[in-house]
Design a protein around this ligand. Structure first.
Ligand code: ATP
Ligand code: MG
Length: 571
C-alpha cells in the first residue's frame, strides 16, 4: 500500500469581506463595555436530547460558543434541556456530545442537565405559590384550553385561581407525591388572563406525567414546563445571555416575569435571532425523526440528512460547516439560506485540503494493442498538483486500462475533446492513446475499445509537439481496486419541501442516492480508512464510508466538482 499524504488542514474561514454581521455578538460586546453583570458573560447551548444535532443547531452552537471564544473570560455551557421525559433518550445525549466535539467545540466541565435542577425548580415553584404568584388548577385540560381564549378573545379566569396559597401548596405536594392522577391538576403561574400575549395567560408550570426519565428514573411524576424551567435553569447556572430563536420572542415577557419573582444575580437576558432555514432541506427534528422512523433514510447519520452525523458521514468537514455559519451571519429577520451556500462552503474547503486520486465510476475497458502483454510500468503523480510538498505516489500502467464510459462517444458531438473513434486523448500523468476500433456486444453496446499508445509521450506530452486537448482519468485493470460508490444528491428536489400542506415525505428525491457498484479505483486508495476524503479527479469529492470492508471499499460522494444544480437551472 502506498503511503498517503495526510489531509492538509485548512484554517481559512470565510473571508471577512463576505461575512455578514452578527448583531448578538455586538450586543454582548456592548454589555461588556457597559459593565453589565459585572462584565461577566456566560452563554449556553441548550439542546433537548430528542434527536441528533443538525446544521441549524450548528448555527446556534457557533453563535453561543463563538461568543465565549471571542470575548475574554466568557464561557459557554452545554445544557441538556431534558425536562420532558417522553421523548428523551440517552443515545441522543451521547450523539450530541460527539457531534459538538466533532464540530470543534469544547465545554470543558460545563456540562449540565436541566433535570439536575428538578429539586431547585420545585423549590422556586413552592416560593411562587407562597407568594400567591402561582396556584394549582383542578380544571380538566379541555376546560383550561377553552379558558385560554384566543388572539381575539380574552381568557377566562379559572374557578381555582383564588384558592388560598396553603391549599395550592398542599395540592402541589400531593401532585409530587403521586397521589393525584395524570392530567387532573396542574400548577399555573398567576399572571394575567386578559393579556394580549397569550403566553402570559396563567401559563402551566408543572404537569403530572407518570413517565420514566432517562436520568431521574421514577423519582418524579411531575415535570416542569419549558418556559418556567428554561429561564430559571439559565439563572441557576449564572447565564448572562440566553440566546434563542425568534419563535420565543413573545415568550420573553414570561421569561422576564419569572425572573422578576425570584431575583437572581446575574440576571439573564433573552436575545432572539433568526433560525437557520435552508432550501431543499427540512430542519425540524420532528420531520427528521419521521424520515428515520419511516426508514426513508438509513438512520440519523444517513449521508443525505442535514444532521451533523449525516454531514460528517457524507464527507463534510467541521471547518466547512463553521465557515458556512460564519458567512451567513446572525440577524433578526427570518429568511431562507440557499443550500448552494453550504455546498459551496464544503467544496471550497475540500478543494484546499483533499488529495487528488483517480477512480472510474463506470469502467470501459481499453486494450492498448501495441503495449506488450505481461509488461507493466508506473508513473509518478503528485497528490496535490498545486503543492509538491504533499508528495506523490506511483500509478501502475499496463496493457489494459479503464476509462469512464461517459468519456467515450462513438459519434461525438461538436467540441468533444474526449475519446472517439480515431481520436487521441491524454491519459492523466501517463501517455497519449488513440482509439483504433470499437468492440460491441450482440446488442450493439460498446464493451471495449481497441487503442494504441504512443510510447514517445511518457508523462502525457507528444514528442513531436502535436496538441492533445482532452485529458482523461483512468486506472490500470490489473491493479484496480473495486469500489461501491454512492452518489448522493439533495434529499428533496423541491425548494421548500412540505410547503402549502404537501406531505414532505412524498417530495423525497427518488434519485437522491444512486449506488454504483462496479467502480474501480487506483491502488493507492486500497485500505483507505473510514472518514478519509479524496478528490477523484474530474469526478468529485468523496469520503470513505464506515460500511467499507477490507477489499470492498465504499465511497460516498460528498459533492460534485461544480454546482450542477445551478448549471442545470441556468440552462
Ligand atoms: P426543532 O424545532 O427542530 O425541534 P428545537 O429548537 O426544539 O428544534 P432544541 O434541541 O431545543 O431543538 O435546540 C437547541 C438550540 O438550538 C435552541 O437554542 C434552538 O433555538 C437552536 N436551534 C434549533 N434549530 C435551529 C435552527 N434551525 N437555527 C438556529 N438555531 C436552532
Ligand atoms: Mg426546543
Amino acid at each position: 500500500m502506498s503511503p498517503m499524504s495526510p489531509e492538509k488542514p485548512t484554517t481559512e474561514r470565510a473571508s471577512d469581506g463576505d461575512k455578514l454581521p452578527n448583531f448578538v455578538l455586538e450586543a454582548v460586546q456592548r454589555d461588556v463595555a457597559e459593565g453589565k453583570s459585572g462584565g461577566k458573560v456566560m452563554t449556553r447551548f441548550p439542546p433537548e436530547p430528542n434527536g441528533y444535532l443538525h446544521v441549524g443547531h450548528a448555527k446556534s452552537i457557533c453563535l453561543n460558543f463563538g461568543i465565549a471564544q471571542t470575548i475574554p473570560d466568557a464561557v459557554c455551557n452545554l445544557r441538556f434541556d431534558d425536562t420532558n421525559p417522553s421523548t428523551e433518550e440517552a443515545e441522543f445525549v451521547r450523539s450530541i456530545q460527539e457531534d459538538l466535539r466533532w464540530l470543534g467545540f469544547d465545554w470543558g466541565k460545563r456540562m449540565y442537565f436541566a433535570s439536575d435542577y428538578f429539586e431547585k425548580l420545585y423549590g422556586l415553584a413552592v416560593a411562587l405559590i407562597e407568594a400567591n404568584k402561582a396556584y394549582v388548577d383542578s380544571q380538566s385540560l379541555e376546560e383550561m384550553r377553552l379558558g385560554r381564549g384566543s388572539f381575539y378573545k380574552p381568557g377566562q379566569v379559572s374557578p381555582h385561581r383564588d384558592r388560598p396559597p396553603a391549599e395550592s401548596l398542599a395540592l402541589f405536594e400531593r401532585m409530587r407525591a403521586g397521589e393525584l392522577a395524570d392530567g387532573s391538576h396542574v400548577l399555573r403561574a398567576k399572571i394575567d388572563m386578559s393579556s394580549p400575549n397569550q403566553n402570559l395567560r396563567d401559563p402551566v408550570m408543572y404537569r403530572i406525567k407518570r413517565e420514566h426519565h432517562h436520568r431521574t428514573g421514577d423519582t418524579w411524576c411531575i415535570y416542569p414546563m419549558y418556559d418556567f424551567a428554561h429561564g430559571y435553569s439559565d439563572a441557576i447556572e449564572g447565564v448572562t445571555h440566553s440566546i434563542c430563536t425568534l419563535e420565543f420572542e413573545n415568550h420573553r415577557p414570561l421569561y422576564d416575569w419569572f425572573l422578576d419573582q425570584a431575583p437572581f444575580d446575574p440576571r439573564p437576558q433573552q436575545i432572539e435571532f433568526a433560525r437557520l432555514n435552508l432550501t431543499h432541506t427540512v430542519l425540524s427534528k420532528r420531520k427528521l425523526q419521521q424520515l428515520v422512523a419511516g426508514k426513508h433514510v438509513s438512520g440519523w447519520d444517513d449521508p443525505r440528512m442535514p444532521t451533523l452525523a449525516g454531514l460528517r458521514r457524507r464527507g463534510y468537514t467541521p471547518e466547512a460547516i463553521r465557515a458556512f455559519c460564519d458567512r451567513i451571519g446572525v440577524s433578526k429577520r427570518n429568511s431562507f439560506v440557499d443550500v448552494t451556500l453550504l455546498e459551496h462552503a464544503v467544496r471550497e474547503d475540500l478543494n484546499a485540503r483533499c488529495r487528488r486520486a483517480m477512480g472510474v465510476l463506470r469502467p470501459l475497458r481499453v486494450v492498448l494493442e501495441n503495449y506488450p502483454e505481461g509488461e507493466e510500468q508506473s508513473f509518478d503523480a503528485p497528490w496535490s498538483p498545486d503543492d509538491p510538498a504533499r508528495g506523490s505516489r506511483r500509478i501502475p500502467f499496463s496493457r489494459v486500462v479503464y476509462i469512464d464510459a461517459e468519456d467515450f462517444a462513438e459519434t461525438p458531438p461538436k467540441g468533444w475533446f474526449r475519446l472517439s473513434p480515431g481520436a487521441e486523448v491524454r491519459l492523466r500523468y501517463a501517455c497519449i492513446i488513440r482509439c483504433e476500433r470499437v468492440v460491441k456486444d450482440e446488442q450493439g453496446k460498446v464493451v471495449e475499445l481497441r487503442c494504441s499508445w504512443d510510447p514517445d509521450s511518457l508523462g502525457g506530452n507528444a514528442k513531436d509537439g502535436r496538441k492533445i486537448k482532452g485529458t482523461l482519468h483512468w486506472v490500470s485493470e490489473k491493479r484496480a481496486v473495486p469500489a461501491e460508490v454512492r452518489l448522493y444528491d439533495r434529499l428533496f428536489a423541491a425548494e421548500h419541501p412540505g410547503e402549502e400542506g404537501d406531505d414532505f415525505l412524498e417530495e423525497i428525491n427518488p434519485a437522491s442516492c444512486e449506488v454504483v457498484t462496479g467502480a474501480r479505483l487506483e491502488p493507492a486508495l486500497a485500505g483507505a480508512p473510514a472518514g478519509d476524503r479524496v478528490q477523484l479527479e474530474r469526478v468529485g469529492y468523496f469520503c470513505v464510508d464506515p460500511d467499507s470492508k477490507p477489499g470492498a471499499i465504499v465511497l460516498n460522494r460528498t459533492i460534485g466538482l461544480r454546482d450542477s444544480w445551478g448549471a442545470k437551472q441556468k440552462k
